[in-house]
Design a protein around this ligand. Structure first.
Ligand SMILES: Nc1ncnc2c1ncn2[C@@H]1O[C@H](COP(=O)(O)OP(=O)(O)O)[C@@H](O)[C@H]1O
Ligand SMILES: [Mg+2]
Length: 360
């Protein structure tokens, strides 16, 4: 896929922007508050229908305006098309592919992106939910079936949790739980199987990158961890759900399943969360992000667009050069933000100057 252009209207501090794009590395330069991250966020929206900065569309709509619009045009197998998303203040979203309305499941996975921001440096250390959304976002871009299973799982889980609360308050009977369990167990099994398979692949690729980045001294591994439900089998999940009825009713939510699971990053056999130095964590996270890019290429036969938000200044020179080398040699379309030029070799990339919602 080749990205041809990006149009923004009333999106954050962009009133009206129309950018024509070529493949390659795009370097967005500008002061703090200029609108660099906003542009990456727009690409995230047409790709994943979500922003890493907010869950609230009203934040994105330009101040005092009623709606924001973002459209990305692209070409794939010599066919031109576009994805657009309109965010409306009170009436939700309208998504389109070309001129026809499109569903969530048609948009996600169409334009693929991998974002790497300073927040991701928390991936190894932060809350489990960060790692779950990392792995889910990754697989969803490669597999529509997984996306569908995940949406169904979350739907059933929400209903089951609501029911657990009603049972706790004496407003409902626990017999009804069974209705949800069969479906929950089915999707749990499918989701966990796919996650384990993916994590193995990511782990292998990332391990190679870590040894490249660190000169073969470190041994890196990513492991899928299921604290309360060590199974991939539907029947076992069903059994576990039943065994946990009382606990679940007490706490008012479902305490086992893929929504509780986590990833463990290990360096030389020890958990990164507790033991690794900051340098080791950065190496691990960078390697994991790059393996995400490789994974998507292997699964879908196309590289995602890589969005690098202010990460160059966070990396030491060796890692910075490896990263730029990686995107440059593989010809990965990349958007990279920086406040100054000094970290970026002159021969790399197309420079765009961002100032107050305008790009020159
Ligand atoms: N909804 C909005 N309407 C208008 N301006 C906004 C909105 N949201 C953010 N901004 C502006 O966008 C700017 C921040 O842009 P950002 O892309 O984060 O900057 P940076 O170039 O540092 O990455 C700030 O000036 C902020 O006031
Ligand atoms: Mg920024």
């Amino acid at each position: 896929m080749e990205l041809l252009g990006l149009t923004l209207r009333n999106f954050r501090n962009y009133e009206n922007l129309s950018l024509k794009l070529k493949p390659g590395v795009h370097i967005l330069l500008g002061e703090n508050g200029a609108g660099k991250t906003n542009l990456l966020e727009a690409l995230e929206i047409v790709s994943a229908l979500r922003s890493h900065r907010t869950r609230n569309d009203a934040d994105i709509i330009r101040k005092d305006e009623r709606e924001a619009f973002v459209e990305a045009e692209y070409e794939r197998y010599e066919v031109k098309s576009s994805v657009s998303v309109t965010l409306q203040r009170r009436r939700g979203r309208v998504m389109r592919i070309g001129s026809g309305k499109a569903a969530v499941s048609e948009i996600i996975g169409n334009i693929k992106t991998v974002l790497f921001s300073p927040d991701d440096l928390m991936l190894a250390k932060g809350a489990p939910s960060l790692r779950r959304s990392f792995i889910d976002r990754e697989i969803c871009q490669a597999s529509r079936i997984y996306l569908d299973n995940l949406m169904r799982y979350n739907g059933v889980l929400k209903e089951r949790n609501a029911l657990l609360k009603r049972i706790k308050e004496g407003l409902s009977n626990s017999d009804i739980l069974e209705i949800y369990d069969a479906e929950l167990a089915k999707y749990a099994s499918l989701i966990v199987k796919k996650r384990i398979e993916t994590v193995k692949e990511l782990s292998n690729t990332a391990a190679k990158t870590v040894s490249e980045l660190s000169g073969e001294r470190e041994n890196f591994e990513i492991i899928y961890s299921q604290e309360f439900s060590e199974t991939i089998d539907e029947k076992d999940f069903l059994k576990l759900l039943k065994e946990n009825y009382n606990k679940d009713i007490q706490r008012g939510f479902t305490g086992i399943g893929p929504h509780i699971d986590d990833l463990t990053f290990k360096m030389n056999g020890m958990s990164l969360k507790n033991f690794a130095s900051q340098g080791q964590q950065r190496t691990a996270v960078l390697a994991t992000k790059l393996s995400e890019v490789t994974f998507l290429k292997e699964q879908t036969d196309e590289y995602p667009i890589l969005l690098l938000d202010d990460v160059l200044s966070e990396l030491d020179e060796n890692r910075r050069i490896k990263l730029l080398d990686f995107v440059d040699k593989k010809g990965i379309t990349t958007f990279l933000t920086a406040t100054d030029n000094s970290y970026i070799p002159e021969n790399i990339g197309i420079r765009h100057y961002v100032n107050n919602g305008k790009i020159t």
